[in-house]
Design a protein around this ligand. Structure first.
Ligand code: AR6
Length: 171
């Protein structure tokens, strides 16, 4: 598997699957969620509303899939990261589920490339180093999806991912 890191804006990437850090309502919000809905257009929200009407939103750690609308991708996978409280509310387990369930959905689509934002590390305040460790560990060696791109928006996350991947290369 190829794991790459880029610093930039996830809405500008050309890839099979773009993952969104959504909330349980699936109705959009700020951060990367806001950017994806804004650039992807109304088709994404329309499908989110349909899913919401059918199953009542999306639980923390779970993931759903929609069209990518106007984005340069085949689909958007919306996953809901945990809000970080004190670390004693199974936040790490839920974050791992986000990455695992997104990879599962991507595999079901026979997608070969997927790009993740740094789920939960913005508005939801998950510690960045811990989150990056979980992200890399969970996606590694997943069958079928051969290319994973971690899209870091801020410099701190970018450096953390670079350090962890370099560390992994050495060991
Ligand atoms: N491209 C890539 N990454 C981005 C972009 C972008 N355009 N914009 C922000 N990020 P956040 P969360 C990074 O807050 O913590 C929303 O309101 C950002 O720097 O978007 O999971 C949802 O509706 C950070 O590293 O998501 C939820 O209510 C990462 O994306 C809530 O925020 C995640 O930050 C979810 O919070």
């Amino acid at each position: 598997m190829k794991i790459n890191i880029i610093k930039g804006d996830i809405t500008k990437i050309k890839v099979d699957i773009i993952v969104n850090a959504a909330n349980t309502s699936l109705l959009g919000g700020g951060g990367v969620d806001g950017a994806i809905h804004k650039r992807g257009g109304k088709a994404i929200l329309d499908e989110c509303i349909k899913i919401r009407n059918k199953q009542g939103g999306c639980k923390t750690g779970e993931a759903v899939i929609t069209t990518a609308g106007l984005l340069h991708a085949k689909h958007v996978i919306h996953t809901v990261g945990p809000v970080w409280n004190d670390g004693y509310n199974e936040e790490e387990k839920y974050l791992e589920h986000c990455y695992r369930n997104s990879m599962k959905l991507a595999r079901a689509q026979k997608a070969t490339s997927i790009t993740f934002p740094n789920i939960s590390t913005g508005i939801y305040r998950f510690p960045k180093y811990k989150a990056a460790k979980i992200a890399i560990h969970t996606v590694k060696n997943h069958p079928y999806v051969t290319e994973v791109l971690f899209l870091c928006y801020d410099e701190e996350n970018y450096r953390i991912y670079k350090d962890i991947l370099n560390e992994n290369k050495r060991t």
